[in-house]
Design a protein. Structure first.
Length: 144
């Protein structure tokens, strides 16, 4: 019985640490809302009416990286919330978890699974070998 109490105490301690981390994360500069607030417009680089290819390319990459950071921040918050819910469920017993908490847990798990599947598809697409070019059939294959 003492081992069980120690285990429950350890779970409560773990849960309180997760709750503190989640609160710090969500209210800190790395939280999803704070990261999403930091955006810049394309016109910041050279005005909106001037053609400037390098600025366009830089802005495209900035927007891509910003989108990934916002996504990463949201996924991290979801994972921490999932840990918090799991620790709470383990503490009170899985049969004693209310239905709303179960739904939240499964909704978060589904979001994380979807994000992982999308990332795997992107990685597979990036790793796929390039197909040979067929737009120049009359080019000699001999370099000499």
């Amino acid at each position: 019985m003492a081992d069980l109490e120690r285990g429950a105490g350890a779970l409560r301690s773990f849960q309180s640490k997760i709750n503190a981390l989640l609160t710090d994360f969500e209210t800190g500069p790395g939280g999803p809302q704070k990261v999403a607030e930091h955006t810049i417009e394309r016109g910041s680089f050279s005005g909106t009416s001037l053609p400037f290819g390098e600025a366009d390319g830089f802005f495209t990459q900035y927007a891509r990286v910003h989108k990934e950071l916002v996504s990463l921040s949201k996924l991290l918050a979801d994972q921490m919330e999932l840990l918090r819910l799991g620790a709470r469920a383990a503490d009170v017993g899985f049969d004693n978890v209310d239905e709303d908490t179960r739904r939240r847990f499964h909704a978060i798990q589904a979001r994380l699974d979807t994000a992982m599947e999308q990332r795997e598809k992107q990685d597979q697409k990036a790793e796929a070998p390039d197909q040979p070019r067929t737009d120049m059939p009359n080019v000699s294959k001999d370099l000499g």
